[in-house]
Design a protein around this ligand. Sequence first.
Ligand code: RB5
Length: 142
Amino acid sequence: MKSIHMACDHAGIELKETLRAHLEKMGYTVTDHGTHSKESCDYPVFAHALCHAVEAEGVPGILICGTGIGMSIAANRHKGIRAALCTTELHARFTRLHNNANVLCLGARVTGVELALAIVDTFLSTGFEGGRHQRRIDLLNA
Ligand code: RB5
């Protein structure tokens, strides 16, 4: 069974629901760390909740806010997280191949639904290349 974690702030809730339905259709078990309403909220709270789960379980995560920037800043404070804000499929492909990113960040006010779906599919279907890229990842926490 494939598992994935998702979280968003108020700006990302509609995109999260769309992506969640898509992921469930693909056979993923989705754990949703909120937020669950459009009421204004603080993105770091949701980023940290998701990152603790991703670090503990070793499965991927998706974070969504208005730009994706706040979520990526918050997520990358976690030692075990390599969060990538992606606005193109190329970003998604290479952040998996080269950075072994384990959290995808999206900006719901920046990236349209169709592109977001394609970015998610690319992120989840691309593997890490390893080799020299593993050495570089090791240096991140050195
Ligand atoms: C909320 O208005 C907005 O600041 C937030 O969603 C995000 O874009 C922050 O980086």
